[in-house]
Ligand binder design. Structure first.
Ligand SMILES: [Zn+2]
Length: 274
């Protein structure tokens, strides 16, 4: 089972048609000209961004975010409780922006690429998007590669530029970056942690059963949450969804859905509480 770009197009179309509290728009385009889509739900003053599939093999994060977008929009519209929260009230206080697939070209390479399939994490030019952000940028590799090549310079890739431009325009209160796998939550960038981050990560961990982690090695720089924490001094998190060998099959969605839904909702509540 897989979650492709065309499934994302289908799911976001359904969301935009069915839910009047939701809007779908593009924030930019990939190297190959695929749309990088965002779903906005609710109209509250506080702004939270959740994004997934920075890495091609991690398309389960897109499947999660698309399902969460639809179910949260539905609960908010109908005034239903959603994992113990009043979804309608939450959506009045916070606007949730969801970018389910930052790297659509990479996902398509994994799903259609034949031999490259087991290892490809990068975009269509062989740049690892989550090592292309301007946060202590350095490249682990010196040439295009299925993973870990940070590009010729920070922000060189259209996917990175689209996300950074969007974040600068909207000035989000909180950022949640979804990856797989490991069942861990990261909140720190080289000690430059936003004031409440540890407390929030601890609560997310309690709600989800995931562990709070401190990144090591190549996970320590050039990532989206690193840049966000560095640039804005606000709370940014990386969530490593699920456990297993990437790509986690989309059949695991039922298993990862509730813990990660609780993480998003927990983050939104903290954003509102500020
Ligand atoms: Zn990743």
């Amino acid at each position: 089972m897989e979650y492709s770009y065309s499934r994302l197009l289908g799911d976001t179309k359904v969301i935009s048609e069915k839910y009047e509290n939701a809007a779908v728009f593009k924030i930019g385009e990939s190297v190959m000209g695929r749309e990088i889509l965002c779903v906005k739900i609710g109209g509250g003053h506080k702004k939270v961004l959740a994004a997934g599939a920075f890495h091609a093999l991690e398309y389960i994060t897109s499947a999660f975010l698309a399902k969460f977008a639809e179910e949260y929009a539905r609960a908010a519209m109908r005034g239903e409780m959603f994992f113990g929260r009043d979804a309608c009230l939450l959506s009045k206080n916070a606007s949730l922006f969801i970018v389910p697939m930052v790297n659509p070209d990479g996902v398509e390479i994994v799903l259609r690429g034949g031999d490259t399939k087991p290892v490809w994490q990068a975009n269509a030019r062989g740049v690892d998007i989550n090592h292309n952000f301007d946060a202590d940028w350095q490249s682990v590799k010196d040439a295009p590669s299925p993973s870990l090549y940070g590009g010729e310079k920070p922000m060189s890739e259209p996917e990175t530029k689209a996300l950074c431009g969007f974040i600068r325009r909207e000035r989000f209160d909180m950022l949640l970056c979804f990856h797989s796998q490991g069942e861990e939550i990261y909140y720190d960038f080289n000690g430059k942690t936003a004031p409440r981050s540890r407390e929030i990560a601890d609560e997310m961990a309690r709600e989800s059963g995931y562990k709070v982690g401190v990144p090591e090695g190549s996970a320590c720089f050039g990532g989206c949450k690193d840049w966000f924490i560095n640039e804005f001094g606000r709370e940014g998190f990386t969530i490593e969804m699920g456990r297993g060998v990437n790509p986690l099959p989309v059949s695991m969605l039922g298993e990862v859905y509730e813990p990660n839904a609780r993480i998003v909702l927990c983050g939104m509540e903290w954003a509102v509480r500020r």
